[in-house]
Design a protein around this ligand. Sequence first.
Ligand SMILES: Nc1nc2c(ncn2[C@@H]2O[C@H](COP(=O)(O)OP(=O)(O)OP(=O)(O)O)[C@@H](O)[C@H]2O)c(=O)[nH]1
Length: 836
Amino acid sequence: MERDVALAQRELSSVLNQGDPVEEAPAVRNAVTQPEPAPSAPVESVTPSMAPVSSLMRTPPNRLQLIDESQQFDEDAFREHLHSWGLAEAGFGYDICAVLGSQSTGKSTLLNRLFGTNFDVMDERARQQTTKGIWLCRGLERNVLVMDVEGTDGRERGEDQDFERKSALFALTTAECLIVNMWENQVGLYQGANMGLLKTVLDVNLSLFQAGRARAGGAKEKTLLLFVIRDFLGTTPLENLEATVRADLQRIWASLTKPEALADAALGDFFDVMFATLPHKVLQAKEFDAGIMELQRRFLGRGDENYVFQTQYHKRIPIDGLPHYLKNVWAQVVENKDLDLPTQQELLAQFRCDEIASAASQVFSSAISALRTALETGQVLPSLGTDMLARRTEALSVFDRDASRYHQGVYARKRADLLLGLNAKLLPFFLGQLKNLLAQLTTQFQQAVRDGMSRSSYDFGALVQDEHAAALRQFDAETQTLVLPETDWKVDDERAQLSEELNAMARTMRAEESRKLAASLEKEMRRQLAEPVELALAHPAPDMWDAVMQTLQRVNNEATAAFRARAARLQGTPEEEESAVQALQSASWRLLQDKVREQTSDAVLSMRLRSYFEDRFRYDAGGVPRVWKPSDDMEGMFVQARDSTLELIALYATIAPSEPSLLLPAAHAAAAADDSDASSFEESLHVLSELKRTELGNRFRRDADAYYVEAKRSMVSSMSQVPVWVYAVMVVLGWNEAMAIIRNPLYCTVLCLLLAGAYVTWRLHLAAPLWTVAAGLAREVQQVAQGQLRAYLEMPQTTAPMSEPFELRERVASDSAAGAGAGAGDESGPRLPASF
Ligand SMILES: Nc1nc2c(ncn2[C@@H]2O[C@H](COP(=O)(O)OP(=O)(O)OP(=O)(O)O)[C@@H](O)[C@H]2O)c(=O)[nH]1
């Protein structure tokens, strides 16, 4: 460190020893600013005096008129100059030194020589005020803001001491080190040594600035007063001069009206006092230069015992907030309001913290906006939690870096506000992720359970339990990083919601599976009922319904057992299982009814009655078709067959097993149906209504009558067959013709040829085809012959047999028109059975 100080001092001296820059360039004396030098690299050091030389400015910086003669504070220019001076990023790494003293006492000269600044210096020949207002310049190769204040007791301002006091108060309040510049011969003089001004300034400073701090409980803010005694001859020892000044200061302090909070405060609580002397600049030029060099050491190195920029003097204002802060202090000074420096610092902190938070928040918003699109498409972002935390930490660290330099209370408050704001911006992402996660987990759960159920053997309860636990585990893992620290976010409700949704989904899937099972069993029941019921109803018998109901009972029992076996895997509640079994039984009863209705439809039942009747009337006991002979009791058999068939209608009409207990399962099944009661079950047993039975009976009777007529007709036909003896007659009558053929050589030859042909045919296996042809031919011939014969034989006896069918047909026709039995009293024609 010693080496750096020496190096900096040497470089600074080499620049300063080139002479007063203003004296060499008088043309720039009245310029407000000079051309901008290239800005140096940002200075991060918090020990400005010890900043690396290479990073500091090596050319004289341009100065700035911070406050002009009309008391206007130029904040924008100050901010621009901070950039051009390379101090914009210095943070706390800077110091402020100001100078106070009578006009033309070599203040500007002192500052230029000490810091390498280029403040205007009075032209010896003009002898007039050079520094107007307050000027600011960065020290050459130093992070020091040097403030040159318009001189006091100025001839130009005369009696107007307003600006002099304001500028002195401003310098005293804002500078860490205030140089009080005076000639040696002014020591001991009240006005000449600016003691009057000091008294005023100390008074205002104490009552307006320090009292507020004391009231707020803050630490006392100290300032170094460095008295530089110029043109020091050495005749009066410095100790004596120092004692005089200190005595004057104590006197001033004692005379101050101290605020209540500072009644017991001592001068040393707020001010440290230091002294330095400089010989005459012209008469003792070498000594003057040496004095300057010695004085510089106090500004350069912390190692120096008289180092002026002690940390305790720093006002703790980050340099980026300095323009705003100084402007407000100046405004308060000018407007002479009830000043309270801590309040000013808090206001500044609020202003700057808001600015910094807003900038950090904007960067944060644009950084997280990329996540929004992915979330809106329903995706679950695996690293959302860590991403959100990283973005938030980044924004907070930016805020911490810039805002932590300000008032700690305000900083902490604003940080909490920023954190709340960032969390509020992140909340939609958190909720969106949760929503997507819930949707994803429920879909996964459903798919996993369905996959499990598609396997040949599975335990629904265990399957659901496993997948349910897996989904909750995944939820916990995903939300572990999603819930950011320092938030009040919770996922308990969503977790409970997920669990409930999964349970509901499992219930739905169980019900769906149960329905599918019931549907497949219903289909199986339909298949199992169909054939036996059809068979039983196709063979009507007194125990027909017994067979049907037994079938129903068997099918019902099998289906129930199958359902119970498979439903056990679904792990439904006993109530759900019982309800499903009842539904199954109800379905079986409904299926049976459908089947019975199908088998007892008009068409089917008519066909069955006809078939039944035919079996008994048209076929004999061996199932051979009857060929009616006149000797047969056709009428009796007809009546018997018809009546027994009519009895079937009553049998089909009602489901009535001989064993009433067989109806119990059906009764239970019907009772299980929602809209059924005992009376509707009774009704459901009636298959055919009374009207339908009558219609069916009538229709059957008509069919049976037709069969009867047909049977009668067939009996007449059988009686018309060609008798056997007719063929014997034909042989006898044809004997001569046969003999004639045999005896005739021609005919005999032809016969022989035919026989030979027959032999050849037999040898060539043409017999069968020829036999078929011959047989066909023979049949034709036979039929023709029979027809001829019948015509021949029947001719004399056609009157009696033919009249009966004709009349019967007539009679049936007239019966149809007039109603059943209308012709019962007709005695003239052939008598029909009583049923006609
Ligand atoms: N006797 C003497 N004259 C000095 C000394 N330093 C500077 N001067 C001269 O004093 C005159 C005024 O110098 P400035 O530096 O302009 O004084 P100032 O206090 O800044 O003047 P204002 O800004 O107008 O108040 C100049 O002519 C300097 O050359 C010194 O140590 N002793």
